[in-house]
Design a binder for this molecule. Structure first.
Ligand SMILES: *Cc1c(COP(=O)(O)O)cnc(C)c1O
Length: 400
């Protein structure tokens, strides 16, 4: 047996191979034809390949498709949605700067500011996403980055996105970054919001997307994306991305590539089912408040209606702490059968998580606060009637 022949084999498969899905290319090492190629190859764009961390045909293909989905120019992949958020913070912020974060932002992004950014001498404050006038008073000479999220994590208020961005527009040095996971590039166009143009964007400067949710659609992969329309901003993010050594595995990229063609259909199905369930929940006497941006009366519904027609699969409800203790709400959640208890969303299976409202929010868009419990439902792709029957059964237990 010739071991060398098994490593340096003369057979090369022909180049032209067309199939429904793009190939999965795996590499740490990329091989150069000669030393001149090694020395001259550019890694900062997609003109060639240098090293697995800087891109393969598989990751380039996924980046291009995501840039198209979000209406951006360039996308960078990160190993999770949270690492994509952290990448933006680290690329944009320097010691002495301040970042403003909406009160209802994804919790771990708030924690990143409270702990990691604080250690590097970077300040942060939380703002009320429903109050653009208050934001205008908070922006100062040190404010470098403004986070936005629509709808808000867990409590699903839809912010005054246009009002907040309009305020940011009067500070040209301020970078705006949206956590676009909820909208998924489908509910609204983050870079085309009809605002006065800043560079090539009439919306945000940066969109971050937890691909873990809708783009994957399977509940079986973690990945994040950072998309921009500005070449300079992209390069700044790309340099930090490279220095941090952020990369994603080819098999994970393959899973997301496989999810993308059905993304719009799945989003619409989650959306239709979630709306029916939200309507059904409104009629339940046990529930103090139903939170769903497409529901008239839900916080920020008018702001949602300005920009969106779709709303995705998340619905939250608030149980008044005076009527139902946290323990009784937990028993209600435990009684659910089709809704499994677990974080995340965007996959086929419906999920549920109870959250204590105590200390969760500084500003009050929710009808009851303090001792109340919020339950977030992620509506999956099961039959809506079956999900409603599951909820009805658990409500019987709650009623005692
Ligand atoms: C899930 C989520 C993230 C983080 O994504 P991971 O891949 O789980 O790290 C960030 N933002 C929002 C709004 C999310 O829902």
């Amino acid at each position: 047996m010739d071991a060398t022949k098994l490593i340096h084999h003369p057979y090369k498969a022909p180049d032209s191979f067309e199939a429904v899905v793009p190939g999965v290319h795996k590499a740490s090492t990329v091989i150069f034809e000669d030393t001149a190629a090694l020395k001259n190859r550019q890694w900062k764009d997609k003109s060639g390949y240098t090293y697995g961390l800087h891109g393969t045909p598989t990751t380039f293909t996924l980046e291009e498709r995501l840039a198209t989905l979000e209406g951006g120019l360039q996308t960078l992949l990160a190993p999770s949605g949270l690492s994509a958020l952290a990448l933006v913070n680290m690329a944009i912020l320097r010691t002495g700067d301040e970042v403003l974060i909406p009160d209802n932002a994804y919790g771990p992004n708030k924690d990143f500011a409270r702990v990691e950014l604080a250690q590097w001498g970077i300040g942060h404050r939380f703002y009320d996403p429903m109050d653009a006038a208050a934001l205008a008073l908070m922006i100062g000479p040190k404010t470098r980055l403004l986070w936005l999220e629509a709808a808000g994590s867990v409590s699903l208020e839809f912010p005054d996105l246009l009002g907040l961005l309009n305020v940011a527009r009067s500070h040209p040095e301020l970078v705006t970054a949206l956590d676009n996971t909820w909208g998924a590039g489908l509910a609204f166009d983050a870079f085309d919001l009809g605002l006065p143009r800043k560079g090539d964007s009439s919306g945000v400067d940066i969109s971050v997307h937890a691909l873990t949710k809708y783009p994957s659609g399977g509940g079986d992969v973690l990945m994040g994306a950072v998309t921009t329309r500005d070449e300079h901003l992209h390069l700044r993010l790309k340099m930090t991305h490279m220095r941090l050594g952020l990369g994603v595995g080819a098999n994970d990229a393959e899973l997301v590539l496989r999810g993308l063609p059905s993304l719009a259909l799945r989003y619409a199905a989650h959306d239709a089912s979630a709306r029916r369930i939200a309507q059904w929940l409104v009629a339940r006497p046990e529930v103090a408040q139903v939170l769903h941006p497409a529901l008239p009366g839900s916080p920020g519904h008018a702001y949602w209606a300005q920009l969106c027609s779709a709303a995705g699969g998340l619905v939250s409800v608030v149980f008044d702490g005076q009527r139902f203790s946290a323990e009784r709400v937990d028993a209600f959640v435990d009684q659910l059968n089709l809704f499994k208890i677990g974080y995340s969303w965007g996959g086929p299976m419906s999920l549920v998580v109870p959250y204590s409202l105590r200390g969760m929010r500084q500003f009050g868009a929710l009808s009851t606060q303090a001792e109340s419990t919020l339950v977030r439902f992620a509506i999956g792709l099961e039959e809506t009637d079956h999900l409603i029957a599951d909820l009805a059964n658990a409500f019987n237990v709650l009623a005692g």
